[in-house]
Design a protein around this ligand. Structure first.
Ligand SMILES: NC(=O)c1ccc[n+]([C@@H]2O[C@H](COP(=O)([O-])OP(=O)(O)OC[C@H]3O[C@@H](n4cnc5c(N)ncnc54)[C@H](O)[C@@H]3O)[C@@H](O)[C@H]2O)c1
Length: 437
């Protein structure tokens, strides 16, 4: 029997909003039927790809459209909580871009709304589909480098001045800060590969470059994708920055993980090059990525020797599709999740734990570098999301034994059939990498 076509609505159709157009696969039974954005000029690519789809200027119309089964939420971070909760309340399956929200309360409200309504929630952590990340995870999970005790990520961002200091990203009230905004990806990757979540974080960070450069006028329109260029360097020669900049342009956090391992993440927005450079060091070796997508290598050392001569080099070839081929893969994962119930490798709980670490890392760096403890989540919420967004079936009350018939010999009461409630699992990413001390 032919499956029903799943109808999709997009909220935010320009910039990252174009990701939702990847989900328009009529031959596979998925159709984008409506999109919302703030002005008509944002719909050019949308109109080219889905000319028959409705174009609206009020996102509520997407959520209230009875034809729509699933919604992409690809609007700025400060809108995630409101839009995602409204979509979940309306019974739509939701693809929500990272970060899940800009506060811990906002993230928890989204998780609780998904739990209460039963509407499906999927988080757009596309780095979990990067070949470089998957290869490092494979190396760690194989035991090749022993038990991972520490992880570091150095994040160089050459395009920081183009992308993050000209629009809403530059203000705490809209993004909270760039440790959270960008680092939600990397903190999530480190949690995933190290098999545990942060329980305590301490941060340092500064705004040291972009606040000293010429600003644009408050009413001046800006399209960062039109300004974006490798020629924009060095930052001190650039202009046109946001009238309000109160986020740090370098961020550094240290994280104590629940399983005993420790990690650091450092991020700089005025570097000349762009790369996320991770290394994970275990009791038997070290793994590091050289390049994060496209043509890149994964180096592994399992014997002593110079950094220049790793024991193993995995060469990864470029793949087609944005973000090194990860975007088409994550869209396929979302579509399989909502249609077939196939578990994705992204996780709403993990997305919340990354945001909690980012929020409290920022709090620490802004309040005397004091370590902050990450608040835990309700076990039933964790169990729900780890159980593929299905509520555990409650144990049925034990049946009373039927009174034995007078003549027949008394039978033993049959044990009451009961479905065991799944034990609440500890908040841990998909797979434990290795046992910790
Ligand atoms: N996973 C990734 O690799 C990745 C990459 C880039 C951005 N993002 C995330 O995607 C989201 C969007 O980022 P962006 O850089 O495209 O932001 P953006 O400011 O360009 O906004 C995206 C779109 O939302 C629209 N929009 C804004 N307010 C709206 C409203 N009230 N109603 C309808 N549409 C509205 C904008 O006009 C724009 O078309 C953010 O949450 C960001 O963190 C993720």
């Amino acid at each position: 029997m032919k499956k029903k076509t799943i109808k999709i609505g997009l909220i935010g159709v320009y910039h990252r909003g174009q990701l939702g157009l990847e989900a328009h696969r009529p031959e596979e039974g998925f159709e984008v039927v409506i999109g919302a954005d703030v002005s008509k000029d944002k719909f050019k690519a949308f109109a080219e790809k889905v000319p028959k789809a409705k174009q609206v200027l009020d996102w509520h119309k997407v959520i209230n459209d009875p034809e729509v089964d699933a919604v992409f939420v690809t609007v700025p971070d400060f809108m995630h909580e409101e839009v995602a909760c409204a979509a979940l309340e309306a019974g739509k399956a939701v693809y929500l871009e990272k970060p899940i929200a800009i506060t811990i309360e906002g993230a928890d409200r989204i998780l609780r709304t998904a739990y209460r309504t039963g509407s499906k929630l999927f988080l757009g952590h596309n780095m979990r589909y990067f070949s470089s990340i998957l290869k490092m995870k494979e190396v760690i999970d194989s035991g090749m480098i022993g038990e991972v005790q520490c992880g570091w990520c150095r994040h160089f961002i050459s395009y920081g001045g183009d992308a993050y200091f000209r629009d809403w990203h530059s203000e705490q009230k809209y993004s909270n800060g760039l440790l959270l905004q960008k680092g939600a990806h990397d903190i999530d990757v480190m949690h995933w590969l190290m098999g545990s979540y942060t329980k305590r974080v301490v941060g340092m960070g500064m705004l040291s470059v972009y606040d000293k450069l010429p600003r644009r006028k408050p009413d001046e329109e800006v399209d960062v994708y039109k300004i974006w260029s490798d020629a924009n360097y060095p930052p001190v020669e650039l202009s046109g920055f946001s009238p309000v900049i109160d986020v740090e342009d370098h961020n550094m956090v240290m994280m104590q993980l629940e399983n005993g391992a420790q990690a650091t993440y450092v991020q700089c927005h005025y570097a000349p090059d762009a790369e996320r450079n991770y290394t994970f060091i275990g009791t038997r070796g070290r793994v590091e990525n050289i390049g994060d997508f496209g043509d890149c290598n994964i180096h592994v050392w399992t014997t002593r020797g110079p950094r220049a001569t790793p024991d193993i080099i995995y060469h990864l070839k470029p793949e087609t599709g944005s973000h090194g081929g990860a975007d088409p893969k994550i869209i396929s994962a979302f579509l399989e999740f909502i249609r077939d119930g196939k578990a994705p490798s992204t996780s709403p709980i993990a997305a919340r734990m990354a945001v909690a670490t980012g929020v409290l890392g920022h709090y620490s760096m802004r309040h005397g570098n004091v370590p902050q403890d990450i608040p835990s989540l309700e076990p039933e919420l964790i169990a729900y999301f780890e159980n593929g967004q299905k509520k555990a079936v409650k144990a049925a009350p034990a049946k009373k034994a039927a009174p034995a018939k007078k003549t027949a010999p008394a039978k033993k009461a049959a044990p009451a059939k009961a479905v065991k409630a799944a034990p609440a699992k500890k908040a841990a990413p998909v797979k434990k990498a290795a046992k910790r001390k």
